[in-house]
Structures are given as structure tokens and as C-alpha cells.
Ligand binder design. Sequence first.
Ligand SMILES: NC(=O)c1ccc[n+]([C@@H]2O[C@H](COP(=O)([O-])OP(=O)(O)OC[C@H]3O[C@@H](n4cnc5c(N)ncnc54)[C@H](OP(=O)(O)O)[C@@H]3O)[C@@H](O)[C@H]2O)c1
Length: 297
Amino acid sequence: MNIKMNILVTGCKGQLGTELQKIADRDHQHRWVFTDVDTLDICDKDAVEQCFADHQTDACINCAAYTAVDKAEDEPELAEKINAYAPQVLADTCLKHKALLIHVSTDYVFGGNADKPYRVEDEINPQSVYGKTKAEGERLIRESGCNHFIVRTAWLYSSVGKNFVKTMLMLGDTKDEINVVADQKGCPTWAHDLAAALMALLNKNGKKPVHETFHFTNEGQITWHDFATAIMEIGGKTCKVNPITTDQYPTKAKRPAYSVLDLSKIKEYAGIEIPDWRESLVKCIEELNSGLLRSSQ
Ligand SMILES: NC(=O)c1ccc[n+]([C@@H]2O[C@H](COP(=O)([O-])OP(=O)(O)OC[C@H]3O[C@@H](n4cnc5c(N)ncnc54)[C@H](OP(=O)(O)O)[C@@H]3O)[C@@H](O)[C@H]2O)c1
């Protein structure tokens, strides 16, 4: 069987990386190499070069990032190193090896004052250290001249790691009521759907030259309060979810009030349909419940 591409995945133990591992388990088209910081620190230029050379990398999917949004306000240098310097290292190495870089960015590059979904070409205006470092990572990749897809996503969750869905389900087991912000609007993204979309882009493009940015979330527009309410409902929790304002829930990093992303470009380019947020949430909670069931047997 002809292998189409050698694909290197960085940050593979995170939410997105884990979903790509599931795709790779079923995939016979490509040869996959999975790394995380313990096997490949993407800030280590020489190690990245060696890894690309060893595996004759055709495409690198960068799932590694500094994702602790509030903590980044206290650790701007580390966030900058992982979210901006390291993507530049990957981009330069991709350029040298004529490989494609698929890099994931965030809705937090936008200011959050819009009243309609952000399009890819809309002006960015990041409000937090995390958003600024991710925006810088994007800029450095574009400036490198390497072949790349940059895919901005938002409110990512999955059945692994720490995320809003798992936190709400845990609170649903331990609290009678909770308060959740009802004046920030966006759309969640199931990491499973994002991983599938990245593969659709990669397979559609093959080894052709490309320099494109896309937006990918699930379909729809909701607030964190809507999201929490749906999680409790679908998860079968009786915990009451009270709406509060952003002012009543101060955080270190400022969040955009509105960060819905316009998905038309990726749908057209990759020829994909994107599931509605609620449909994917149901599937993720089913997956979580079946995991719990298996571990209790
Ligand atoms: N999570 C969200 O809500 C969200 C929203 C919008 C965009 N995004 C973007 O989506 C992408 C995937 O996010 P995710 O939620 O899957 O991230 P994640 O779960 O935090 O996983 C990131 C992985 O990268 C690893 N890593 C950190 N520093 C590294 C380094 N120097 N070298 C190699 N690996 C390193 C982490 O290891 P440690 O855990 O040991 O640090 C972790 O395994 C990221 O680019 C993120 O910025 C995420």
C-alpha cells in the first residue's frame, strides 16, 4: 500500500492530539508520528529539525500550545515561547523540508466587540496575553513563507484533559446550583470534529502549496450559560445554572464578549458539513459515560 504522507503530530497528549490519535488508529493512508513535550519539545529547534529529518515529515499538525488562558497573564514569556516562538521554529523547519504546517489558533485573537460572526479576514485585536501570543504565532507562520493552514477554533472540549464540559459535569455531581456567565457569546468545538476537519483539509490539499487561514467551531451561537445548562440537561444533572454577568465573575484574562466565528470558508474549501454544537455535545457526553461504565466494570 502506498503511504501518502508522513505526518508528525506535536502536543499529542492534549485534547486535539488525542482525537488525531483515534483517527490514526483507523487510518491506513498515512504514516503517523505522535510526540508531546516529553519526546519533542517544540521550542527545541535542533530536536525539531532532527525529528523532521528522521521521519521525512511531509506534514506537521501542531496541537502543542500554552493553553492556560488566565495563568498566561502571569507567565507571558513562557506563553510567548510556546505559542509564538515554537510555531516559528516549526514553520522554518517546514519551509526547509517543504512540509505543510497545520497550526491551530484561537477566537481570542479577536477583540470581541462584533455583532456578527468574525470572518477570517476581519481585523484582530487580542485582549489577553494568551490571545496576543497566539496572534503572534499566526503572524510568524505567515511571514515564514512555509506552506500552512492556520485554523482558528474556540471553546474546545473533549472526553480527555481539563475542559468546561468535564468541569460542569463534575460540579453537577457536587453542587445544587452554580453561576455561569450569560453575556459572552461564542460556539463550542468538540475536538473530535476539529480533528476530522483538519484531516479533510490535509487530504483535500495533499502536497500542493498553500497559505490559508480558516475558522472551525461547531455550528451555532450560545453563551457559556446556555452551554452549562445543556451540559447539565444532557448529562442528567439536577444542578441549577444561574445566569450572571462577566462583571460578577472576574478573571485574570479578559475574554471576548462575542467571538462567534464565520465558518463559511472552511465548509466551502474542504467540502465539509459541520455538526451543530448540541449534537456533538451529546456524542461527547455519551463517550464520557461509556468510558465511566467501562472503568466501573
Ligand atoms: N482549549 C481551548 O478551549 C482552545 C480554544 C481555542 C483554541 N485552542 C487551541 O487549540 C489547540 C489545541 O488545544 P488543546 O485544548 O488540545 O490543548 P491541550 O489539551 O492543552 O494540549 C496541549 C498539549 O501540548 C503540550 N505542550 C505544551 N508545551 C509543549 C512544548 N513545548 N512542546 C510540545 N508539547 C507541548 C501539552 O503538554 P502539557 O500538558 O504537559 O503542558 C499538551 O499535551 C491549541 O493550539 C490551542 O491554543 C484551544
